[in-house]
Design a protein around this ligand. Sequence first.
Ligand code: GSH
Length: 207
Amino acid sequence: MLKIHGYAASINVRKVLWVCAEIGLSFEREDWGGAYRPTSDPAFKALNSAGMVPVIDDGGVIVWESNTIVRYLAASRGRADLLPVQPAARARVEQWMDWQASDFNNSWRVAFQGLVRRNPAFQEPRAIEASLSQFSTMVGMVDAQLARTGAYIAGADFTVADIAIGLSLRRWNSIPVTRPAYPNVERYYETLLTRSGFQRYGRDGGS
Ligand SMILES: N[C@@H](CCC(=O)N[C@@H](CS)C(=O)NCC(=O)O)C(=O)O
């Protein structure tokens, strides 16, 4: 059986839980990271030398990096609807996932840690302001893309890119400030909420 290593409230673990729900995959999960067993433990480092959750063990195939895991699970289960096989269509999905991991995620980190987690290390008002402004600009970019597709982030159909983008938008909605209205993002978020995987692991799965 597929094994997922990582605590369930982690945004990156929740990507994996959500894709399992989309595919209908059973799994076992072990708590690592967060308030659970430390990822510095040698047993965990043997699975992922980067010491981060999630990690999966799929019958001996060990994979880490949440977006890579999500793509691996879709591809290995033949789910071309979630991850297209045709290179151009696949690249459109992957570009939004790579952007989410490298740029979008980095924009909200300070604002989220400061205003939601109330982490004392992230209380510098100008840094929070800058993070909010960057985050908003990027949500605006998502909004413009959604206006173009009229549906999902990479086009007319739901794909694994929507898992990554949807969970980041959950972060956007969780920040307790008056946010600019992004109508396409709001419409999209409501659509994602009709999916049982997002109901279970997105909005209601912790932050
Ligand atoms: N780029 C990695 C980031 C993973 C990451 O930041 N994981 C956090 C939890 S969300 C983590 O493992 N933190 C260390 C810990 O919880 O001990 C991915 O997407 O999988």
